[in-house]
Design a protein around this ligand. Structure first.
Ligand code: HEC
Length: 204
């Protein structure tokens, strides 16, 4: 009885602080670990995203993009583990899914050790190797919180520079991010064509 009262007090508290959708998502989707939002709708930077499930690393270097790739770095992409489990089981992204993309500069060396195309020679051969961390983006699928975003996917950036990253981020307007994902991503706004780890576990 006392426990019930405490639980309902905690729920009321959660609703007042603006994280009501957390419990709603949990109820709907078999416990997907949802993102945290503050009262003005900004999302908090995820904790420990580098311990989520790693799914792939696209790379679009400047040398192959007329010297001006929008994202010349490695893009290390991770999915939150409970969302990964749901994908593995169903082949769908649950409401509450979070996917993070951390940007990592190509490894730099002294000028005389760098090739013209930005590659470096290392013990394993000549190529592109990861250097410094340089930015973090996040996408969250939440059709309850974002009924007007196509697919319910909202997109965030915690900065495109070296850590420390911003602690919170506001969702971008639909046209800035969502539209390109809708047009070109293979699976529910997510670029699974570049994520072998997701493809490998998708139920047939
Ligand atoms: C011109 C197309 C385009 C636009 C615009 C775009 N993206 Fe993406 N995004 C991609 C591609 C392609 C990938 C696949 C991985 C990669 O190459 O980085 C991706 C992957 C991602 C991922 C990893 C999860 C996924 O869906 O594959 C996140 C997070 C992300 N983008 C955030 C953003 C944010 C934030 C914005 C807006 C500021 C944005 N994107 C705008 C093309 C785009």
């Amino acid at each position: 009885m006392i426990r019930k009262v405490l639980v309902s007090a905690a729920l009321t508290g959660a609703m007042l602080t603006g994280i009501a959708s957390y419990s709603m998502i949990n109820a709907q989707e078999n416990k997907i670990a949802a993102a945290k939002f503050n009262a003005d709708g900004a999302v908090s930077i995820p904790q420990n995203w580098r311990q989520w499930v790693f799914i792939g690393t696209p790379l679009t270097p400047n040398a192959l993009n007329d010297g001006k790739a929008p994202f010349p770095e490695f893009h290390n992409v991770y999915i939150e583990p409970s969302a990964f489990a749901h994908w593995k089981k169903t082949g769908k992204f649950a409401n509450g899914t979070q996917i993070a993309k951390e940007l990592v500069l190509i490894r730099q060396k002294d000028k005389d050790e760098m090739n013209k195309d930005g590659s470096t020679g290392e013990v394993s051969g000549v190529g592109y190797f990861q250097g410094k961390l340089t930015g973090l983006e996040l996408t969250v699928k939440d059709t309850v919180r974002y009924p007007n975003e196509p697919g319910g996917w909202a997109y965030f950036s915690f900065g495109h520079s070296a850590p420390p990253y911003a602690k919170t981020a506001k969702a971008f307007p639909t046209d800035s991010c969502n539209a390109c994902h809708e047009a070109s991503a293979q699976d529910d706004f997510v670029f699974t064509q570049f994520y072998p780890v997701l493809r490998a576990v998708k139920p047939k």
